[in-house]
Every structure is written in structure tokens, then in C-alpha cells.
Write a protein of this length. Structure first.
Length: 135
């Protein structure tokens, strides 16, 4: 569970990371603000939406290449994914840091447009569309 510690003249939030180690962030003016931020981090972790700040600056292209080479896929599936990456995804996103892609997705989703969300931790994707209110 997240908690706050006194840190100099301010407060530091501490939260449990997925690997069991503790993460922290300093610079909060109040204990309540530090605890709230730490609880938000743990909530994101539970929902599989958290990105480690140390890994957030990794370019998407580097992440995608590591994922594709490390995946155990059938040859035809790997070829299909390679084609999608090379022709559609990497031209737009290769140099973007992971955190900017994630933050951009959240802004688009918040604007009320179509978004893609995970339906469960096993990473099946379902399409959700935000509809305008019924008249």
C-alpha cells in the first residue's frame, strides 16, 4: 500500500512496483497529496496501465523490435506482424517515447473519440466507441 514520508521540507510518495521493489517521487507539499499520488500509481499498476518512469523514454521502435524478436510466434504470424510494423506502425511511431504515445492515447480517449481498451489482463482487445448522449 502506498504511503507518504517526510522528505526535507516536503513529502515523498512511496508505492509498490510490479516487481516488488518500492518506487518513490518527492516534492509534494502535503502528506495527502503524496499519498494520493502513490495510490494513483498503484491503481494504474493493478489495471495494467502503469509505465515505469525509467522505461517511459524508450522509443517505441526499440520496444517493438525487442517484443517481436522475443515473442514465440509462428513464422507466418511473425511475418504478418513485421509487415504491420514496417508499413503502418513504425513510420508514425518509431521514434516516439512510450510515455508520449500513452499520454496521447489518453487525451484522444478523453476527447470522446473512438478508443481501444483492454478488456482483461490477458490483453484481448475490444473496440469501444464513446457515443454521444441520446436525444
Amino acid at each position: 500500500m502506498a504511503y507518504a514520508q517526510r522528505h526535507g521540507k516536503g513529502w515523498r510518495a512511496r508505492y509498490k512496483k510490479p516487481d516488488g521493489s518500492w518506487g518513490s517521487r518527492s516534492g509534494f507539499e502535503t502528506k495527502a497529496a503524496a499519498e494520493a499520488w502513490g495510490e494513483d500509481q498503484e491503481s494504474l499498476i493493478r489495471r495494467h496501465l502503469w509505465i515505469d518512469p525509467q522505461e517511459s523514454e524508450t522509443p517505441f521502435g526499440t520496444f517493438a523490435e525487442a517484443w517481436l524478436t522475443g515473442s514465440r510466434l509462428a513464422i507466418t504470424t511473425q511475418a504478418k506482424y513485421r509487415s504491420y510494423l514496417d508499413n503502418h506502425v513504425l513510420p508514425q511511431w518509431e521514434d516516439w517515447p512510450l510515455i508520449q504515445i500513452f499520454n496521447n492515447h489518453m487525451e484522444v480517449q478523453g476527447a470522446g473519440s473512438t478508443s481501444f481498451t483492454t478488456s482483461s489482463p490477458n490483453r484481448r482487445w475490444r473496440r469501444s466507441s464513446r457515443c454521444s448522449p441520446r436525444s
